[in-house]
Every structure is written in structure tokens, then in C-alpha cells.
Design a protein around this ligand. Structure first.
Ligand SMILES: Nc1ncnc2c1ncn2[C@@H]1O[C@H](COP(=O)(O)OP(=O)(O)OP(=O)(O)O)[C@@H](O)[C@H]1O
Length: 225
């Protein structure tokens, strides 16, 4: 569904990422790790066309990135749910409206999806927080709301950038369980994380591939993970 072949990226001058090849097939589960500043967020952005690669080929759902126009990008983004590192909510809108925002933007009135939205809120355990404003949420609640918003359009691929950053272990496991449940439904999941314990735990639950960015390149992580 998402394929990178020999992809490179530089913000300016020096290459940050070089010769990156990655295939996110239906139902796959990947972790992306590497030191701070290695380029994990940048790599995710290349996967959902927030950034255009400076070399190599990115193909999304069978279409080469350079052939995808603005409308095509909007359509493709509905098939890719992104959980951003900083969650990015509209603080003046209640949680439920934030979660429903992708529906609203796509021209689907949220009222017509009340039942699905209710089920989604229940699944992430936020029924009681539907009318709360984002600044009133705990870190774990924010991350679960961000996950709910990322999947409200039923995407095929979920890209999560440090979804358990700043969460305690119990809440991290809860989030991981939600992501593995989505994977069991056939979604392709890619999680960028520093949390090696989370990766070890996940490997007891799903067949996950662990990739590491090292010296600008993407390599398979060692057997210890
Ligand atoms: N818009 C930008 N313009 C210039 N440099 C940038 C930009 N965004 C990121 N960078 C730089 O690119 C490098 C990689 O950043 P990126 O956020 O992709 O790393 P990361 O591996 O996700 O880091 P972390 O684990 O700390 O979140 C960093 O040195 C960062 O400062």
C-alpha cells in the first residue's frame, strides 16, 4: 500500500535519509526506531506525502507520488490515519468534534455517523469525555483521542509517531493493545518509538518487523528486539 524505493531526503544540504526502502503491505506491523533526530518523523511524513522525497520513488496505493495531485493527496490521506507526536487538537472544540473532524472535512455530517462515533469513543474508553475540551484531557486520554481521530475514516494504514511518549507503562500497553487490535482487523500499522520495552512487549502479541534508522539508512534491528 505504501512503498518507498531508494528514497532520500534532505531539509537543506546534508542528507538526513538515504536509500530508504520500505513496504507497508496490508496487515503488516512495523516499528521504526532510532536515536532522537535520526529522521523517524521525517520518514513518516514521506509516507503520507507531507514531504516529497528528494530522491527515489514513493508509491502510494499503486500510484507514484509524483503523479498524485492535490485532490489525489486528499483522497489518499483518508486511507492513511496519522497519530501525530503532538496530537494537534483544536482546543476550543470538544473531544467528540475533534475526533469527527476528518468526517466533517470530507463532507460527511458527523450527525449521520453518531452510532459509529459512539462505538469508536467506547472502544478507546472515552465515552465519558466526549464533551470535554482537549486541554482538560490527561496524556493517555489525548493519545487515545488522537488514535480515534486517526481511524475515524477507516484508513488502511495507521502511522503513529511516538504514540506512547510520556505515558506510563499501563497506558502504553493499553494503547498498544488498541493498535494490535486494529492490525488484527487487517490494517497496516507503523509505530515510530524510542520505547524498546514497548517493542519487546508488542513482539509477544504480533509478528512485528523492527526497523532502525542508523546513519541515514533503514536497517533491520538486532535480534535483541
Ligand atoms: N522542517 C524542518 N526543517 C529543517 N530541519 C528539520 C525540520 N524538521 C526536522 N528537521 C531536522 O531533521 C532531523 C530529524 O528530525 P525528525 O523529527 O524526523 O527526527 P526524529 O527521529 O523523529 O526525532 P525525535 O525522536 O526526537 O522525535 C532533526 O535534526 C530535525 O532538527
Amino acid at each position: 500500500m505504501i512503498e518507498l524505493r531508494g528514497v532520500g531526503y534532505s531539509y537543506s544540504g546534508d542528507a538526513l535519509l538515504s536509500d530508504i526502502s520500505l513496504t507497508l503491505a496490508p496487515g503488516s506491523f512495523h516499528f521504526l526506531t532510532g536515536p532522537s533526530g535520526a529522521g523517524k518523523t521525517t520518514l513518516l511524513k514521506l509516507c503520507y506525502l507531507e514531504l516529497k522525497s528528494t530522491s527515489g520513488q514513493v508509491t502510494l496505493f499503486g500510484r507514484p507520488a509524483q503523479e498524485i495531485g492535490r485532490d489525489g493527496i486528499a483522497r489518499i490521506r483518508r486511507r492513511i490515519g496519522v497519530v501525530h507526536q503532538d496530537c494537534r487538537f483544536l482546543d476550543h472544540l470538544p473531544v467528540l468534534d475533534n475526533i469527527a473532524l476528518p468526517l466533517t472535512v470530507a463532507g460527511h455530517p458527523p450527525e449521520a455517523h453518531r452510532e459509529e462515533l459512539g462505538e469508536l469513543l467506547a472502544w478507546v474508553g472515552l465515552e465519558a469525555r466526549a464533551r470535554a475540551l482537549p486541554p482538560e484531557l490527561s496524556g493517555g486520554e489525548r493519545q487515545r483521542a488522537a488514535l480515534a481521530r486517526a481511524i475515524v475514516m477507516s484508513p488502511d494504514v495507521i502511522l503513529a509517531d511516538e504514540p506512547t511518549g510520556n505515558l506510563d507503562w499501563e497506558m502504553s500497553l493499553r494503547l498498544l493493545t488498541l493498535l494490535t487490535e486494529l492490525n488484527r482487523l487487517g490494517k497496516s500499522v507503523l509505530i515510530a518509538t524510542h520505547d524498546l520495552n514497548l517493542i519487546r512487549q508488542a513482539k509477544t502479541q504480533v509478528a512485528a518487523r523492527v526497523l532502525r534508522i542508523r546513519n541515514r539508512h533503514l536497517v533491520a534491528a538486532g535480534a535483541d528486539l
